[in-house]
Design a protein around this ligand. Structure first.
Ligand SMILES: [Zn+2]
Length: 618
């Protein structure tokens, strides 16, 4: 009995292996052959097929517009097993192949995402490719499509590479040697979800909450940048862990490409720089070469945002994402949730203690102001509407509309967070609720049209009305009502409040230097750009700026009739300036954290700023 079982299992396994081999798609590339940002690709077809449809995606998960990836595939040809040329016809984003004998392989050239100018339909590098003799950033939607009917079967990618190249990716490597790798994905979704960055290694890693994170960088101008960027991202990941407790036992890759600005051309050359795209075990970042000083603000919020996408939409999502349609886009209506909540969690994560309250209030005021300026749109309709007329104006207007998912979506998250904390006396936050839903829906998905009920069940009975008005409808919640609870006062752009004027002081505490770097219109103090501030109301600048509240309440939000005496150094001369706070029109919206909060407001503040989870030793 035992032996028979073994024979049966052996047979079963062998037949499985054969079946797998028959249907798998093998992609072969040689990075040594990159020329003029182009790479030759060979794709072996599944066995015994005389006709095949090779589909290039029109859209990929995490992006919200159809783009012309197919335009980057050139000179597509196919041969049958007898070496005879097969017929290849392209219609939209599909290549139709037919031959007399079974098709052997497809061969073509792909040009990278940096090699076309313009804006309409042009993919960004984060979802695209860069090919240079020193590097290859590969998102597979721009390297190979799938054969219709074989998108759910395995893909092998055979990569020949220059000696010393390392491929940073979450994808499984069946083979890895100095000049050749074999990558493996269970299906096309797995391939698209696991980009790879090839280059001479510039990497650094760290562990947070048991999860290993690898930062892999290709900077076109210098080496050894990863350790510096790692410092920023490591700090972010500790904060993510503090805020949410979220980590995984699987390795996570931050793949970063910094391009030499000198080789960007055309009017829209910066298009797509500063962007990022999420995957289940990695995220891709694209920037021009940055200075070390820029790392913090260019990578902290964005890496936090991308990592939180591992909750939604990568784990918690609707059927439209679970069964993603690459061929004919069919979008989920809940982008406001996937993007807005994710961005809100990043905002909260990076501002989780009392000392961050002003920063959080500032972020919220920016979000409220910009979301109110956008053209009014139903969040769910806008999610589904991804195809616009193919001209620059409609393309840019769609790009602007996309921002509403982040801005209004985050406002909605803020309102819900408050409501949840209010109802649970601060025991539960929005992040806890979303993690609860994620856990309950593990391995499953919600139906797009049922999501309102899911959220209602996990939040509060009246959520349906809120959804109808602000998510399905075009109205914006009355944000001041929510801000009141925290003791925050929102002043929209154009409102008159007591001010000394519009100016900005750059603070360099290390060198004891406080410089006016920006002024707009008149300021009652007579400050000029370039002035070095020495003392304020008789207090040395260093002392004054030591407590940020001094600047905030005395300089930024003075009371009507307050006055200020400032000693500055201007062109080598020490001079005294003075002025009074007068009603001034705000050039941009501001949020004021009121000075003397009520007991009730203190309670709400404690919900926001006292709720640290799983504090990890740093
Ligand atoms: Zn996002």
């Amino acid at each position: 009995m035992k032996n028979i079982l073994i024979v049966f299992l052996l047979f079963f396994n062998l037949s499985l292996l054969q079946a797998q081999h028959k249907t798998e798609t093998i992609v072969e590339i040689d990075l040594n052959g990159i020329q003029e940002h182009a790479l030759n690709v060979k794709v072996s077809a599944p066995k015994d097929q005389k006709t095949l449809e090779f589909v290039i995606p029109d859209i990929v998960p995490g992006t919200y517009m159809t783009l012309k990836y197919v335009d980057y595939f050139k000179k597509v040809r196919a041969l049958d097993i007898n070496g005879q040329e097969a017929e290849v016809k392209r219609k939209k984003n599909v290549f139709y192949i037919s031959a007399q004998a079974p098709i052997d392989f497809l061969a073509y050239t792909v040009v990278d995402a940096t090699s076309k100018r313009g804006i309409v339909g042009k993919p960004s590098v984060v979802e695209g490719t860069v090919f240079t003799p020193q590097s290859a950033l590969i998102n597979f939607n721009m390297l190979n499509g799938y054969f219709e009917g074989f998108e759910k079967t395995p893909f092998k990618v055979v990569v020949k590479k220059p000696s010393g190249f390392y491929g940073a990716t979450s994808m499984k490597k069946l083979e890895e040697s100095d000049q050749k790798d074999v990558l493996y994905a269970e299906n096309y979704f797995g391939l698209i979800d696991q980009p790879v960055l090839y280059a001479v290694p510039d990497t650094a890693s760290f562990v947070v909450g048991g999860q290993k994170c690898i930062v892999a960088v290709h900077n076109e101008k210098k080496t050894e940048t990863a350790p510096k960027i790692k410092e920023v991202i490591e700090d972010v990941m500790h904060q993510v862990n503090n805020f949410s407790g979220v980590t995984s036992q699987e390795d996570y890759y931050f793949l970063i490409y910094e391009i030499d600005e000198a080789r960007l051309k055309g009017m829209f050359k910066y298009m797509g720089t500063g962007s990022a795209l999420e995957h289940r075990q990695s995220s891709v970042y694209y920037n021009t070469v940055l200075t070390e000083r820029q790392y913090s603000y260019m990578y902290d919020h964005v890496s936090c945002h991308e990592y939180f996408h591992t909750i939604t939409p990568l784990e918690l999502h609707s059927e439209k994402i679970k069964q993603f349609n690459y061929r004919t886009p069919d979008m989920s209506r809940h982008t406001w949730f996937y993007e807005g909540f994710t961005d809100y969690f990043a905002m909260r994560t990076l501002n989780q203690s009392y000392t961050d309250e002003i920063a959080l209030a500032n972020s919220m005021s920016y979000g409220i102001a910009t979301s109110q300026k956008r053209h009014k749109q139903s969040m769910i309709e806008s999610s589904q509407d991804i195809i616009r007329k193919k001209n620059v104006f409609s393309f840019i207007s769609k790009l602007k509309d996309l921002m509403a998912f982040y801005e209004k979506g985050a406002m909605i998250a803020f309102c819900l967070d408050l409501k949840i904390m209010e109802r649970s006396n601060g025991e539960k936050r929005l992040i806890d609720v979303v993690l609860e839903i994620q856990k309950d829906y593990k391995g499953r998905y919600f139906r797009d049209e049922d999501f309102v009920n899911v959220l209602r069940d996990y939040t509060y009975a009246g959520f349906g009305d809120f959804y109808k008005q602000y998510i399905e409808g075009t109205a914006t919640p009355n944000m001041q009502n929510y801000c009141d609870k925290l003791g925050w006062k929102y002043y929209p752009e154009g409102e008159k409040i007591p001010r000394y004027g519009n100016f900005y002081v750059k603070k360099d505490h290390e060198n004891d230097k406080y410089t006016v770097t920006y002024t707009k219109g008149k300021n009652t103090l007579g400050l000029k750009k370039g002035d070095q501030i020495l003392a304020i109301n008789g207090v040395k600048a260093k002392e004054f700026y030591k407590d940020p509240k001094n600047e905030y309440y005395k300089m930024s939000f003075p009371k009507l009739g307050d006055s200020m005496v400032i000693q500055v150094q201007r062109k080598g001369e020490k001079i005294m300036l003075d002025g009074e706070a007068v009603l001034t029109k705000l050039k941009y919206a501001r949020m004021k954290v009121l000075e003397n909060p009520t007991e009730d407001q203190m309670k709400y503040k404690s919900y926001f700023f006292k709720h640290l989870k799983n504090v990890v030793e740093m």
